[in-house]
Design a binder for this molecule. Structure first.
Ligand code: VAH
Length: 314
């Protein structure tokens, strides 16, 4: 049995559908704080309401389903985290510790937990940011992910818990919207391009950020989880590079499909300083060398696939 916590989120929505496709619907228990949102994936299967801060509730879910794998995706992202820092720290940190403790108690075989390029900060190398370097994240989300990486490695070393993690770039997908992040512009822009032909971007024109298509992110997750344990030498979290582009470059690519599309830029959005603290590009040679990671979606492929799929929906 696979338990996915945070099943209604941007990653969870896609991961549940893919995992159910691989293992069968009944093998994957989706769970989130609220009742299921019947989204584009329209997949059905076991569902539980879970609150990772409610130890009794969470313990009951582990006891009832005795999962052999757990994907713990529930978190508050960077922008919302700055609006409610203590709530973000509590959910992201205490929630992870509850999941790690119950995974040990119930002898869960593998645990996945998403980290982020947000673990890097203003003094980290900005280009081709390496796996190991100075990390001084200045968002609650970022340092909760950095601390979470330390806890994951600690539980691996101390309790032999097979926990695995990826530092995702900003994720772009069409099946589920992002929730409260700084990279959300790269999803909203597609909806607006189709709906109104215009998008006011909350990041400045030349803000380069590492991004990745959701299909690549999910494939990387499955590849990491399927890799033999001895190939997974990094137990904090693996850099994943994706591709780096600016809002201007993304808009230019969209204009190839929607010639009349216009982008404008609002200024002094608080998310700009978050973006400015993050790397502009990432080095993911450890993921490539240790478990064979290879990216598939470049910018033209992302834009073509997003517009092809969203045209039906918007
Ligand atoms: C965020 N989408 O914007 C997340 C992600 C690298 C960005 O962690 O907060």
């Amino acid at each position: 049995k696979i338990l996915v916590i945070g099943a209604n989120g941007q990653i969870g929505t896609e991961l549940v559908a893919i995992l159910r496709g691989i293992h069968g619907a009944d093998a994957v228990i989706a769970s989130d704080l609220k009742s299921p949102i019947y989204n584009l994936r329209k997949n059905s299967g076991p569902y539980e309401i879970v609150n990772v801060l409610d130890k009794d509730n969470l313990h009951h879910i582990f006891e009832k389903h005795r999962p052999t794998q757990v994907y713990h995706l529930a978190a508050i992202l960077s922008a919302v985290g700055e609006q409610k820092p203590k709530i973000a720290w509590d959910l992201n940190m205490t929630g992870l510790l509850h999941v790690l403790d119950f995974s040990v108690e119930f002898n869960v075989k593998k645990v996945f937990w998403p980290s982020s390029i947000a673990v890097f900060g203003p003094h980290s190398p900005q280009w081709d940011t390496p796996q190991y370097c100075v990390m001084d994240p200045n968002t609650v989300y970022g340092f909760s992910k950095l601390a979470g990486e330390r806890w994951c490695e600690y539980y691996f070393n101390k309790y032999n818990l097979d926990v695995r993690s990826l530092r995702y770039p900003g994720l772009i997908g069409w099946r589920a919207n992002p929730g409260g992040g700084t990279t959300d512009y790269a999803v909203h822009i597609f909806h607006e391009a189709l709906k109104s032909g215009h998008y006011e971007c909350f990041l400045s024109a030349n803000t380069a950020l590492p991004m990745m298509y959701m299909d690549d992110a999910i494939r990387a997750t499955i590849m990491l989880m399927d890799a033999p344990a001895d190939k997974v030498e990094i137990r904090s979290s693996y850099n994943l590079a994706g591709i780096s582009f600016t809002p201007t470059q993304l808009a230019e690519e969209i204009k190839k499909h929607i010639p009349g599309f216009e982008i404008s830029y609002s200024d002094n959005d608080p998310r700009q300083q978050i973006a400015d603290s993050w790397p502009k590009s990432i080095d993911d040679s450890y993921a490539q060398n240790e478990w064979g990671w290879q990216l598939e979606y470049n910018l033209p492929k992302i834009v073509a696939d997003m517009l092809l799929n969203l045209r039906e929906l918007v």
